[in-house]
Ligand binder design. Structure first.
Ligand code: MN
Length: 512
């Protein structure tokens, strides 16, 4: 998880000098022990760095400013060992621009009934100290995560770990560049939106790159590098032996796919981009079959493989999904199960087991594959380049997962999250694409209805291991609305929540 090694979380212990220097020394020692304990638990993906006790307004403000300016610091954990009068946190909290987790815990687990005296009480005041701190956060409308639990408990550590992963994704998004190869698919509403507001609210930047600017990268790709990548394909994926016959069109299509992948990777690397979108109506030179310059097919295989590498991807110009997928991939590092960009493809009515096939014309990430992906070449009659097209074909692992999307409602972004149950899919011999099959929670009817009432896209970003808690943390950090469709969702309550959201965001202009 090299990505997480670039980051650290700062721990600040709240205290005050009322109880004397000895108390602060003890607070300091306890804090160090707790931070070491967390780091040695093996449950936290990002290192926690103890930054000492904060005993005054000036100390708090100094620490918060330092956190803002430190690129390694992606979030702050605060904990009040003693009572820490919260007015001393006001100026620091006004400054803080990094995610905040307030940990409500205590150094010792149980009350030492027989020995507890006032010296002990002067030290162990989290019970009321954390409430004082929480009050000022709420009073100041500071967005944060509150984790309550004993610091040695795995459950507590897991809540912190979730937030750490989201902090990493958030930090990663703040210098994220998404490149659009081609514009949005014409006339499509749900994948479009306000790119300026997206950068203000979620941090990432979206640029357009015309295909003419891609061509120099294409021209610079060496044939031997393409040959090597094709050899990698044949090694990594199942395929018909005939596909290796260099005299066939199918082989040429695989070879051209590999060149497209190298081209896209070269552009993304050169620009420092973390994600991209494609558009099947914009693939460069229309005379590619004559000139040999440009993409002779939709670069679906390239998109599949680049997604697996962690590049954000959205089809048809869907830059919001590209950015969200990248963040999901970051959060998902080291978790069980993969993640993918997916599209609601077609419905399967089957009573209580009614489900939705998730696929795309090509671009599904092999990280969610149940079996070794199969490299195949088939005709794809869509878009500007109707052509034999290489792709990876597979079905996805059964199991529970969560899918998410962001839509632009005009006055705000809404994150829509749906728990789903992936069930056994079947091969599609006449439609050879990668796919998943799921039942949205609480069932097909309510899940799909709620998703549409919320204005959800047909594109979403899915993972097996990234639970709704991750998305709650993400929405809290970003300050965007989140609606969650899950096993207890009823349409009556969900409609009410949507209406309440309209009022809340109308009144809360700072979040719009
Ligand atoms: Mn699509």
């Amino acid at each position: 998880m090299a990505l997480f090694d670039n980051y650290e979380i700062w721990w600040i212990t709240g205290a005050q000098l009322l109880y004397g220097g000895d108390a602060v020394v003890a607070v300091d020692a306890h804090s160090k022990e707790m931070v070491d304990g967390l780091n040695n638990s093996g449950n936290l993906p990002v290192k926690v760095v103890y930054k000492g006790t904060a005993n005054s307004s000036r100390e708090v403000e100094t620490l918060m400013k330092a956190a803002n300016n430190d690129n390694r610091c992606i979030g702050i954990i605060t904990w009040m060992h003693t009572f820490s009068p919260a007015k001393m946190w006001i100026h620091g909290l006004q400054q803080l621009r990094k995610p905040l987790l307030h940990l409500h815990t205590q150094y010792n687990a149980e009350i030492p009934w027989d020995t507890m005296d006032m010296d002990f009480m002067n030290l162990n005041q989290s019970a009321h100290g954390d409430r004082e701190f929480a009050h000022i956060c709420t009073r100041m409308r500071i967005r944060r995560k509150v984790v309550t639990g004993y610091w040695k408990d795995e459950e507590t550590q897991k809540h912190i770990a979730v937030w750490q992963r989201v902090c990493a994704a958030w930090a990663d998004a703040q210098d994220m560049l998404i490149i659009r190869f081609g514009d949005q698919m014409n006339n499509v509403a749900v994948t479009d939106g306000d790119k300026v507001e997206a950068e203000v609210r979620m941090g990432y930047h979206v640029d357009y790159m015309p295909f003419s600017s891609v061509m120099p990268y294409f021209d610079a790709i060496k044939d031997e590098d393409v040959d090597a990548l094709v050899a990698t394909y044949f090694k990594e994926y199942d395929h018909d032996a005939s596909l290796e016959d260099k005299s066939t069109e199918a082989y040429r299509k695989v070879w051209n796919s590999a060149k497209a992948e190298l081209t896209l990777r070269a552009v993304l690397t050169d620009k420092g981009a973390k994600g991209f979108t494609t558009n099947f109506d914009d693939l460069g030179d229309a005379n590619v079959d004559v000139t040999g310059r440009g993409f002779d097919q939709i670069p679906g295989l390239a998109s599949q493989r680049l997604m697996a590498e962690g590049y954000g991807f959205g089809a048809e110009g869907d830059w919001k999904s590209a950015a969200l997928y990248r963040s999901l991939w970051v959060m998902n590092q080291g978790l069980e199960g993969g993640c993918s960009f997916l599209e609601d493809y077609t419905l399967n009515f089957d009573g209580k087991n009614s489900s939705i096939l998730q696929a795309h014309m090509l671009e599904v990430c092999p990280l969610i594959a149940e079996q070794r992906p199969r490299l195949e070449v088939h005709f794809l009659g869509i878009g500007i380049r109707k052509s034999q097209t290489a792709r990876l074909v597979f079905t996805s692992k059964p199991g529970t997962g969560v899918t998410a999307t962001v839509v632009d409602l005009g006055n705000r972004f809404r994150l829509i999250v749906n728990d789903v149950e992936c069930i056994k899919s079947k091969p599609l011999p006449k439609l050879p694409v990668a796919s998943a099959l799921w039942i949205p929670m609480p069932n097909f009817e309510v899940g799909a209805t709620a998703w549409m009432l919320a204005g959800g896209t047909h594109h979403s970003c899915f993972a097996y291991g990234v639970t709704p808690e991750y998305w709650e943390d993400y929405a809290e950090i970003a300050g965007i609305e989140m609606v969650h469709i899950e096993k207890n969702t009823t349409l009556e309550n969900f409609r009410r929540d949507l209406r309440l959201g309209e009022v809340y965001y109308m009144l809360n202009k700072s979040l719009c």
